[in-house]
Design a protein around this ligand. Structure first.
Ligand SMILES: Cc1cc2nc3c(=O)[nH]c(=O)nc-3n(C[C@H](O)[C@H](O)[C@H](O)COP(=O)(O)OP(=O)(O)OC[C@H]3O[C@@H](n4cnc5c(N)ncnc54)[C@H](O)[C@@H]3O)c2cc1C
Length: 460
């Protein structure tokens, strides 16, 4: 018998869509190519140590009483209790451009006070920009969009400040080089600056366990190790989903979180050109296990967004990585009740996926390149976090090639295509897109996207 809905991918968006559909008694099956759930936000064990892949922080932190905020709305839709997430707030984060620093916390007034203090001539413009952002409905999928810089420039005349504001928002959710869409800017501004960061004590494992248990309780079916190779349409408009094993599954509707270009390639013959170019913004992540807490090394911030250039330049680099800007994350620096078992420092840098793909074909060269890149990054961040070399117990790293291998996203593009498919519709009847390429990024965004697409196209 045909499924009501087949979902491609058991990442945050696919699992969330699955919960909604299974809760309303749809016959639903999630097909996940890999042997583990989580997609871009999974976890792994290496050298006896446990690491998260994606989670630096959950954005959209909200004190539990504010029921209108995105996090509370999504928890209600998924019937998950706020306390189940066991969230601890960030202590304080910063944007550091050489000798200029802006601190921010989960209280938006901290950022306002910082701007009033360090960019006094810009504070009135910043407040007007904030009013404009607050009045914009970023969730309207038909809203017109413009380049964010065009709008920001109307309110903020100091390019250093606009770059410092854009830096965290771009690193945590921008598929475009150098500029971002205004609606995307608004989503990220609200979720990072106005709402803020938090983390479950157990990291991403806790979020994934909650989603998987909820999906199972509602009666949804999950098949791991089940890659989708092809999608074809039957005469009655239903879809035939062909797996890598050759098995065929019938579904009235398919919701795919595999990415827009990736999904359309499942429908097309191999010589058909892509409708939109695949995304290319990807990252190298360096992970350091330390013998001391970051605080003992003098690192107080939860997350530091840094830039060492005269001008911030968010773009795919010509070199393996761009070590001159990036993100430093200290998972220990959230306000937990008890300290984390491991002391960890993570660094994210934009990376060139073509160069890493080529290198990854030779194990020795690939390993050497990873080591060299980690050294470059350590030097570049020493002005913000000091030299922690003598405290390193264990290191690991992953590159765009790793991300591509474990998620099947072309180019390991973490934020997908530049052009988002906000409606979630494709040119194939009954085939919809959710997750990154619908335009809602990050953990909370992906979950909201899964819920929205399931509600719109499979429940109404
Ligand atoms: C290094 C890194 C750090 C990050 N840090 C944060 C953070 O701190 N905070 C935050 O909010 N977000 C963070 N993110 C982003 C966040 O992880 C993603 O935005 C979110 O997880 C995307 O979820 P998704 O469901 O849209 O897509 P995905 O997680 O990509 O899920 C898609 C799934 O589809 C599967 N799939 C693909 N093709 C097929 C196929 N043919 N057949 C079957 N299955 C298939 C994939 O294996 C994958 O599991 C980070 C990401 C990375 C990589």
């Amino acid at each position: 018998m045909a499924y009501d809905v087949v979902i491609i991918g058991a990442g945050m968006s696919g699992l969330s869509a699955g919960i909604r559909l299974a809760y309303f008694d749809k016959k639903v099956c999630i097909l996940e190519k890999h042997s583990r759930i989580g997609g871009l936000n999974s976890y792994y064990k290496k050298g006896g140590h446990e690491f998260d892949v994606g989670l630096h922080a959950m954005t959209n932190f909200v004190a539990r009483r504010d029921r209108r905020k995105p996090l509370m709305r999504l928890l209600r839709q998924l019937r998950i209790g706020y306390d189940e997430l066991d969230l601890s707030e960030q202590t304080r984060s910063s944007v550091r451009f050489n000798d200029k620093t802006l601190y921010f916390t989960n209280d938006f007034n901290t950022l306002k006070a910082e701007i009033a203090d360090k960019f006094s001539a810009q504070i009135d413009g910043f407040i007007k920009l904030t009013d404009h952002i607050d009045s914009y409905n970023e969730l309207d999928i038909n809203a017109k969009t413009f380049p964010a810089r065009e709008v920001i420039d109307k309110y903020i005349t100091d390019r250093l400040l606009s770059d410092m504001l854009l830096c965290p928002l771009m690193f945590y959710g921008n598929a475009k080089e150098r500029d971002m869409d205004f609606w995307q800017f608004v989503i990220m501004f609200k979720s990072i600056f106005e709402e803020g960061f938090a983390r479950p004590f157990e990291g991403v494992r806790r979020i994934l366990r909650i989603l998987k248990n909820k999906y199972n309780e509602c009666g949804g079916e999950l098949r791991l190790g089940s890659g989708v190779k092809k999608l074809t349409t039957a005469n009655d408009g239903s879809l035939r989903v062909v797996l890598d094993t050759g098995e065929t599954i019938e579904a009235k509707k398919v919701i795919s979180s595999a990415g827009y270009v990736e999904t359309m390639r499942l429908c097309n013959s191999s010589d058909e050109p892509d409708e939109v170019p695949p995304g290319k913004m990807s990252f190298m992540e360096s992970l350091y296990l330390l013998d001391k807490t970051p605080a003992d090394l003098g690192i107080e911030d939860t997350i530091i967004f840094y830039n060492n250039r005269e001008r911030f330049d968010y773009k795919n680099p010509d070199t393996l990585i761009d070590e001159k800007s990036g993100v430093i994350c200290c998972p220990n620096n959230f306000a937990y009740d008890t300290p984390l078992k491991d002391n960890i420092l993570r660094v994210t840098n934009i990376a060139n996926s073509d160069l890493w793909e080529r290198l990854s074909k030779n194990d020795d060269e690939y390993a050497r390149a990873k080591e060299t890149s980690m050294r470059l990054t350590r030097n570049a961040i020493s002005q913000y976090v000091g030299d922690f070399h003598s405290s390193i117990l264990y290191t690991d790293s992953f590159t765009p090639a790793t991300i591509r291998r474990y998620t099947d996203h072309i180019n390991g593009a973490v934020y997908g295509t530049e052009e988002k498919i906000r409606s979630g519709k494709t040119r194939v009847d009954n085939l919809y897109i959710c997750g990154t390429d619908q335009g809602f990024l990050g953990i909370v965004g992906a979950m909201l996207s899964g819920i929205t697409v399931a509600n719109l196209y499979a429940l109404k």
